[in-house]
Write a protein that binds this ligand. Structure first.
Ligand code: ARG
Length: 646
């Protein structure tokens, strides 16, 4: 089966992913400018469309689905071609900016100038190139005005009418209309991945939370995501566990979760036996061989132990609202021999001190793929998993979420896969693999997060505490009398779990993060609690207005005349490109920052613009609704359940 490897290569993405061209726009071109030949445009356009349809079957590629940056990039692409026809394939460098001259900026003039300087050209310097780019911009209803600043930056101020209409259309069509498009059809997100019978510690919590958010963001961007739990369900520790099971329970086959109790305790006890009793150790080592040889009794005991662990993991996932499909390390065992055979035939694997290894440039140690005792290991499993994900599951992007301590392992495995020709050697092309590393979880003392008795902190206890602290606060605020017990429970859970998740997601994942209930449950500052309050407040403004918001959506109109309305509107419109950036760079904190800023923009707007009872009431209520809608989508993507009243 593995003999004929079919390499799945996705069409490489063009510099501007998934752009389609709006042909209607061609009719808006100012007649005075000389256009790049229409056939040229059509040719590039149709090339893109073809690759787009190849990559995505359900795709209307309607222009409405592009975000602001993409729309502007396309206009600038045309302007750049017209301005300097001799330089081809210039990628428009368009970015949002916060200057008073514009909302977006195109920064191509300087780069272009360095390419044409000294050659025959009508331009005298980068500012002149900037001026020409501005003049050559096709007319568009998105743009209100442009200006050129400094060494040639072209500033764009968006049309507030167009902005208002876009927001209103989102309210009617739903937020999914603002989903970004990524040049990937199917991705594997390998996350959580705890080890059977060992504790699921805070490191796994980070992986679970970060991985789930990445999966959610990709799913929202219409990527099909295979959420993989690569649990450690194979390895030498099983000999010890199985032997201990036999020893402790004469009728071990009936030993269920209730009998075994705490699997972590069980692990510790058996480890003690293993370390102190040479006879037991020998039996345990033999048990591994018998398990790997497929002996039924051993298989059965193994399955039983895995099942108990699995139930425990699932309870945590359920509380966190996280979906995962388990394909543990053992799943890949049957694939390893043929995968290694292929790597050997490609001259990648060699013998070294009795082991089989892959030497890789840039690393001072080789990647061991067969241990000197003939056994497979973590690396051989991961190589087989890559092979499987590419060939059987047809994934184009494989994303691995673990602590940064595993960085080198993944660097080496990915490098080996590139040398085998499985992954693209160009990091911007597919198929590709990415390691999403994260730092340690620290306690208040800035040391590794532990309980007072220096035990590993259990996830379940952590979640319990977050929830109970929130419940106490709600009761202190008199909600115990106002709400039903169920409402109280649900709200405490949503706020508590949300706070734990957000605290983890908001910092750059590569840095260590200090776990502090006091900080994460603070209702001021950049916390989920603060954001939940902000959201609930918006909902209450709308509720108290007594207006039917659905009716306003279709009957009323948004107007962005006040500077603070406009600033809020602009931020709303940038939602899609922020999600795209967070997906592309695998950085959930980018989305957190956006969400926090959104609530700040809203606060400024709400302090300076009267909503209920003002002449602009309808428009402003719609802006409230749009803000709440985008906030809720952010919450959803971060795995947080929003509350509507606090
Ligand atoms: N079980 C591993 C651990 O707890 C994480 C597995 C990550 N995924 C992978 N494909 N190696 O450290």
């Amino acid at each position: 089966m593995l003999g004929c490897l079919t390499l799945f290569v996705a069409p490489s993405s063009s510099s501007s992913p998934f752009l389609s061209f709006n042909f209607n726009r061609l009719s808006h071109f100012r007649p005075s400018i000389s256009l790049p030949s229409t056939t040229d445009l059509l040719r590039t356009t149709s090339r893109r469309l073809i690759s787009a349809t190849k990559k995505r079957s359900v795709s209307t590629m309607a222009n409405e689905e592009e975000n602001v940056k993409q729309k502007l990039s396309k206009l600038f692409e045309v302007a750049l071609k017209v301005t300097v026809p001799s330089v081809v394939d210039v990628e428009p460098l368009v970015a949002a900016c916060t200057g008073k001259f514009g909302d977006y900026q195109c920064n191509n003039a300087m780069g272009l100038w360095s390419k044409i300087k000294g050659k025959e050209t009508e331009f005298k310097g980068p500012p002149a190139v900037g001026q020409a780019i501005m003049r050559n911009l096709p007319q568009s209803d998105i743009i209100e005005s442009c200006s050129v600043a400094g060494p040639g930056f072209v500033n764009v101020k968006l049309s507030r009418n167009w902005m208002a209409q876009s927001i209103q259309r989102m309210l009617i069509d739903g937020i999914d209309a603002w989903a970004p498009r990524l040049p990937v059809r199917r991705a594997v997100v390998d996350f959580s991945s705890p080890n059977i019978a060992k504790e699921m510690h805070v490191g796994h919590l980070r992986s679970t939370i970060i991985g789930d958010t990445i999966a959610r963001m990709l799913e929202f961007s219409r990527v099909e995501v295979l959420r993989r739990n690569h649990v450690g369900d194979w390895g030498t520790q099983f000999g010890m566990l199985i032997e201990f099971l036999f020893e402790k329970f004469s009728n071990w086959e009936d030993a269920n979760e209730a009998a075994i109790g705490d699997l972590q305790e069980f692990y510790k006890e058996s480890k003690k036996r293993f370390d102190s009793d040479p006879d037991f150790k020998e039996r345990a080592q033999k048990a591994v061989v018998r398990l790997q040889g497929g002996e039924q009794k051993y298989r059965k005991a193994w399955t039983q132990i895995c099942e108990i662990s699995r139930n425990e993991f699932n309870r945590v996932y359920q509380r966190l609202g996280v979906q995962l499909e388990e394909k543990g390390e053992s799943f890949y065992n049957p694939y390893i021999p043929a995968v290694l055979e292929e790597l050997t035939s490609k001259n990648l694997v060699e013998d070294s001190q009795g082991a089989r290894v892959i030497f890789l440039e840039g690393f001072n140690i080789p990647l061991i793929v067969v241990k000197s005792d003939g056994g497979y290991n973590y690396a051989s499993t991961d190589l087989a998993a890559i092979w499987y994900r590419l060939n059987e599951e047809k994934a184009e992007w494989m994303i691995y979420v673990t602590d940064v301590g595993q960085q080198q392992h993944f660097d080496m495995v990915f490098k080996a896969a590139k040398r085998a020709g499985w992954l693209s050697t160009d990091d911007n092309a597919y198929p590709k693999a990415s390691h999403v590393g994260f730092g340690l979880v620290l306690g208040d003392d800035k040391k590794r997060f532990r309980t007072r008795s220096s035990e590993v902190v259990r996830l379940a206890d952590l979640l319990d505490e977050a929830k109970s602290r929130c419940k106490t606060t709600l009761i202190e605020r008199g909600k115990g009398d106002e709400w039903t017990e169920e409402e109280l429970e649900q709200t405490a859970e949503a706020i508590g779990y949300g706070a734990v998740k957000y605290a983890d997601l908001k910092s750059n994942r590569l840095t260590n993060y200090t776990f502090s209930f006091d900080q994460m449950l603070n209702d001021k500052g950049n916390t989920a609690v603060y954001l939940q309050y902000a959201h609930a407040r918006i909902c209450s403004i709308i509720r108290k207005s007594g207006k039917d918001i659905e009716e306003l959506k279709s009957m009323g109109a948004i107007v962005l005349d006040h500077a603070d309305e406009r600033a809020l509107g602009l931020h709303l419109l940038q939602f899609s490109e922020v999600v795209e950036e967070a997906c592309t760079n695998l950085l959930p904190n980018v989305l957190c920052e956006y969400l926090y800023n959104l609530s700040e923009f809203f606060t400024t707007f709400y302090s300076n613009c009267q909503v209920v009872g003002s002449a602009e009431e309808t428009s402003r209520l719609l802006l409230c609704e749009a803000t709440a809608t985008v906030m809720r989508k952010c919450f959803y993507l971060l795995g947080i359940i929003p509350v509507y009243k606090i």
